[in-house]
Design a protein around this ligand. Structure first.
Ligand SMILES: [Zn+2]
Length: 179
């Protein structure tokens, strides 16, 4: 499958968004890497109109996810080192599959926590407590002193179940993950 087509897939975009921790600039970096192939940090900073440190921060996130690789070079005249970066977007299916599996595990843990606990909350301060915490507080809000009320988490449970179902469906049927 073509890299471009993979990058346009909503699930891949979601995973990239997650890799960049919500920083939209990351998508611009991907475009420049795609256009340039192998390039230097300086060139990327210039193209994106951002500082070198910022480029590096984004590159390290991609590197952690294994979607770029680098080479270290020595400038023989100045003895300085510089780096060139190369996209390895062909690893997208592998990276996305791994992330989706991790995400499912994470959501399943959250679901278990929601199902195994009973919650109380203060409607005024909008803070939630587990049953144990509420007991320790004698069911009084530490913020305002109001009586805590029972919290219905069925909506949270439903949301988590739906997210898990969606991701499991993607794992099985998304063409990128099933090449
Ligand atoms: Zn309160």
């Amino acid at each position: 499958m073509k890299i471009r087509k993979m990058l346009n897939d909503p699930l891949v975009q979601e995973v990239l968004f997650n890799i960049f921790e919500g920083d939209e600039k990351g998508f611009e970096l991907i475009e420049v890497l795609l256009k340039k192939g192998e390039t230097t940090e300086e060139e990327l900073a210039k193209e994106l109109g951002i500082k070198l440190n910022y480029v590096r921060k984004l590159l390290y996130k991609l590197y952690d996810a294994r979607l770029v690789d680098y080479k270290k070079w020595k400038n023989e005249d100045s003895n300085w080192f510089y780096y060139t970066w190369r996209p390895t977007f062909e690893k997208i299916p592998y990276v996305v599959k791994k992330r989706v599996k991790e995400l499912i595990t994470d959501l399943e843990n959250k679901l278990k926590y929601e199902k195994n606990n009973m919650f109380f909350y203060c409607p005024k301060c909008n803070i939630r407590f587990t049953f144990e915490e509420a007991t320790d507080l004698n069911f009084l809000c530490p913020g305002c002193g109001n009586m805590l009320e029972e919290f219905d988490n069925s909506k949270i449970i439903k949301d988590l179940e739906e997210q898990i179902k969606f991701l499991e469906h993607e794992l099985k049927h998304n063409p990128i993950l099933n090449q």
